[in-house]
Design a protein. Structure first.
Length: 381
């Protein structure tokens, strides 16, 4: 039985219906929250924490496919009146260096050292050596290249006549260009007597006539010659590959001399499917103050480049371990891992397999004193 009462305006109201309205609102709110929780929970929850791999072997197995061997060939080039040509002469030959890098995403991006990407700037000593070669090559080209040589003949002309430029540089005279020397024959003086004065006069006259007959060579101005160094080819090989190289392009090189980092990427911008686990920078140790001497340090890389990497069953990456030797100075950290040329750019992990640094230098004369750029700089770079 429904109970009604007379309202202020003599309207009858259903008291039982009025009492039920708050319960309907509560039920609706609960249903709405349940639906939101059902569909939105996966977006609200935090990503799972990184699992500690807790052994060198597990770190190696997890990331061996993500670490690559880098081969970088570079050489000298000259731009003469706007025409670029490669320079391949005794003073300036093509060179090849090896390094290490590692994949950090599925788009083929690789982190390594800047000095692997620009080896001609790897040290002050190297920079001075390269700059001296550039000056030397520029001056030698200017000493032999004449204006009558056409652009398509620049390279062959310079290579053919480089010995002349070298002789000139050593103070032995200019010499004759290849194919331009003139043959001379000796003639008998005859029996007629000639006085010394007459002979000198005739000699002077002949010399003047010969000099006037020789065309004057015009040389290309050194101001029209630019010499520089650049990459010829850069490629990477994967662990367990059979000497197969994947072409890359350099993306970025650090402008800070204290941060030896750089990135390159595969030309197809796709990380190979064989690389199951990239090195996730989200799990890297960004608080370098937490890295203490005595803690584990593990390197996966390619010391000595192809000399150690190449085996009868393909290219193999290597694992070396040690301990952190010194607290971070904000840019680099020292550790006792065995390393040498070729391991530049190798990832350094802690005992859980979290990235702590990128290997970049050591002391050639003795092992166990090596350094890495701390991982916090990768993200900011």
């Amino acid at each position: 039985m429904k109970i009604r009462k007379i309202g202020p305006n003599n309207d009858l109201q259903d008291i039982s219906s009025k009492k039920r309205k708050p319960y309907k609102i509560i039920i609706f709110a609960v249903a709405l929250l349940s639906t939101a929780a059902f569909f939105g929970f996966k977006y609200l929850k935090k990503p799972p924490a990184a699992i500690c791999l807790d052994s060198d072997t597990k770190v190696y197995d997890q990331y061996k496919d993500a670490v690559v061997l880098i081969k970088h060939s570079y050489g000298y080039f000259a731009k003469i009146k706007g025409t670029e040509i490669p320079i391949s002469v005794e003073d300036a030959r093509e060179e090849t260096v090896f390094g290490t890098g590692f994949f950090v995403d599925r788009d083929g991006k690789i982190v390594t050292n800047s000095h692997v990407l620009q080896p001609w700037n790897s040290s002050n000593e190297q920079q001075e050596k390269v700059n001296a070669t550039i000056r030397n090559v520029r001056l030698k080209i200017a000493s032999i290249l004449t204006t009558d040589v056409t652009e398509d003949q620049y390279q062959s002309f310079i290579e053919r006549n480089w010995r002349i430029a070298s002789a000139y540089d050593e103070g032995e005279g200019e010499g004759d260009y290849e194919g331009e020397g003139e043959e001379t024959t000796e003639e008998s003086a005859g029996e007629e007597f000639v006085s010394s004065n007459e002979q000198e006069a005739e000699t002077d006259s002949a010399t003047t006539d010969i000099a006037a007959a020789i065309p004057v060579k015009e040389y290309v101005s050194k101001d029209d010659i630019e010499v520089y160094v650049k990459t010829i080819e850069i490629a990477v090989a994967l662990h367990d590959s059979n000497d197969e190289w994947l072409n890359c392009e350099i993306e970025k090189v650090s402008e800070d001399a204290n941060i030896d980092l750089g990135t390159l990427s595969l030309q197809n911008h796709s990380t190979p499917a064989s690389v199951v686990n990239i090195i996730n920078l989200d799990n890297a140790v960004k608080d370098d103050a937490s890295l203490s001497p005595g803690q584990k340090a593990i390197m996966v890389g390619y010391p000595l480049g192809m000399d150690l990497a190449k085996t009868d069953s393909g290219i193999k990456v290597q694992l070396y371990d040690g301990k952190i030797s010194k607290e971070s100075d904000g840019n680099k950290i020292q550790y006792s891992i065995t390393s040498t040329h070729g391991a530049s750019g190798a990832p350094i992990f802690n005992e859980c397999g979290e990235l702590i640094a990128v290997n970049f230098s050591g002391i050639d004369e003795v092992q166990g004193f090596n350094f890495g750029i701390v991982a916090k700089h990768i993200s900011s770079f």
